[in-house]
Ligand binder design. Structure first.
Ligand SMILES: Cc1cc2nc3c(=O)[nH]c(=O)nc-3n(C[C@H](O)[C@H](O)[C@H](O)COP(=O)(O)OP(=O)(O)OC[C@H]3O[C@@H](n4cnc5c(N)ncnc54)[C@H](O)[C@@H]3O)c2cc1C
Length: 410
């Protein structure tokens, strides 16, 4: 059986790995000319995703590339003279007892390396049309020749092309959950070796720093305007102007960080958007990872969800002997609860990360003190009490597909 996957970042290569293991023939088409090197951001693998990468035999290279900061120093916008510290490693320890933070580009490269021999990767191309009949799917490409496949799977991210072609415009499924995210690299900061700081205000915060072992420093802006912003996603000048307006009058390091906008080599700006689809499969086409159920970038542990989703999809296809009419509903059932709980978690995380008033800001200070001073076991107990979804990832039970014997039609 021949399966076409669109997207070669996280979900795509993980899916390719497991599909090949079960005997499917996999082609992956990726729009970028090479593996994407966006300048990047860090992503999280929590327990279930860690268990999967271990089964894939790539735990060691992933751990070797692990990054992450121990402590985040921060100041409140209206009390810049006081400095607080949040022990990130202890906070993560309370959330998950098996976790790695790694740059997305590094993770993607590791997944690509472990699948490149067994997968037909086609870079620099994109699906132009998908036409299904009872026996298969005819696909045309922007560059390559038309081809027929048994199934097509969109692993092409939040702004998925496959989703648009099969299910319709993104605006039908995307819900703004109250924030904007901007990441820039800082070309004029050399004094941040291994440290991270933040300035937090009502409805806006910015963190900046250099992660240990990584070249270059970055700033992450998270803010909540009173209403959705009006801009075109390719109009970078307008996005920079909106960012300057959102941080107008914020003191501390912020004016210097904003001045970096004039010469930053990498600039990412997007709304924090959650995708809500009742079903993400139609006929011989389904979606995996951010394309189908992004709970919100940087707030919902979406990388772990993408890895688990890819593992479950391949496993259900193998179990059903390639019969998508049984496999796709089983896949949606298998991860449905994880998807719903990730959405709820992301909504809560946006509220906590971008405090909406002064008392929420002070709550951040209280959390930082508790996490720093309490023993880890007590911190765990408290975070469980204060937010029932906090052990979201570690509570996921992976289905064992190791006995799935695949009898695939030719
Ligand atoms: C700024 C930022 C910060 C983040 N921080 C975190 C974090 O702290 N923790 C965390 O867990 N997650 C974080 N995320 C989210 C994380 O990056 C995603 O959840 C994860 O990468 C999802 O993987 P994916 O493979 O589903 O999609 P993506 O990584 O988005 O990959 C989609 C792939 O499809 C390709 N593609 C797009 N269009 C086409 C097309 N037309 N044809 C072919 N290929 C196409 C893209 O080039 C890309 O390679 C963050 C995201 C952003 C943007």
């Amino acid at each position: 059986m021949r399966i076409l996957v669109s997207g070669a970042s996280i979900a795509g290569p993980v899916l390719a790995y497991w599909l090949h293991k079960y005997g499917f023939e996999v082609t992956v088409v990726e729009r970028s000319a090479t593996l994407r090197k966006s300048g990047g951001h860090a992503v999280d693998l929590f327990r279930p995703a860690m268990d999967i990468v271990e089964m894939m035999g790539v735990l060691q290279p992933i751990q070797a590339k692990a990054t992450g900061i121990e402590r985040l120093g921060f100041r409140l916008e209206h009390r810049l003279d006081r400095h607080y510290e949040l022990q990130i490693s202890r906070l993560i320890g309370a959330v998950s007892d098996r976790h790695v933070e790694i740059m997305r580009d590094d993770l993607s490269e590791i997944f690509y390396d472990v699948t490149r021999e067994s997968t037909d990767y086609r870079f620099g191309d994109s699906i132009a049309s998908i036409n299904e009949d009872p026996d298969g799917v005819d696909v045309t490409f922007e560059q390559g020749s038309p081809q027929r496949f048994d199934l097509v799977i969109g692993a092409d991210g939040l702004h998925s092309n496959v989703r648009r072609l099969v299910f319709g415009e993104e605006s039908r499924f995307a819900t703004w959950i109250g924030g904007y995210l901007c990441v820039i690299s800082l070309s004029h900061y050399s004094d941040l070796d291994g440290t991270s700081e933040a300035v937090c205000g009502v409805n806006r915060m910015v963190g900046f720093g250099a992660e240990p072992g990584l070249a270059g420093a970055r700033a992450v802006f998270l803010f909540r305007p009173p209403r959705p912003l009006d801009y075109h996603h390719r109009d970078v000048a307008r996005q920079k102007q909106l960012l300057r307006e959102a941080y107008d009058g914020m003191g501390g390091e912020v004016p210097r960080l904003l001045s970096e906008l004039d010469h930053t080599p990498t600039f990412y700006f997007d709304s924090i958007t959650q995708l809500r689809m009742d079903t993400w499969s139609r006929g011989r086409v389904t979606l995996v990872g951010d394309a189908g159920y992004c709970p919100g970038p940087a707030v919902g542990g979406s990388t772990s969800l993408a890895v688990v989703g890819a593992y479950a999809l391949a496993g259900e296809l193998a179990t059903a002997g390639g019969d998508h009419t049984r496999a796709f509903p089983a896949y949606e059932r298998e991860i449905g609860d994880y998807v719903r709980r990730s959405r709820a978690f992301a909504m809560g995380a946006v509220k906590k990360l971008i405090p909406a008033n002064r008392s929420d800001l002070w709550a951040l200070v209280a959390i930082s003190k508790a996490v720093t001073h309490l023993p880890l076991a007590l911190t765990r107990a408290l975070t469980r009490l204060s937010n029932s979804g906090v052990r979201l990832h570690d509570s996921v039970q992976l289905k064992d597909y190791s006995t799935a014997t695949t009898h695939l039609p030719n």
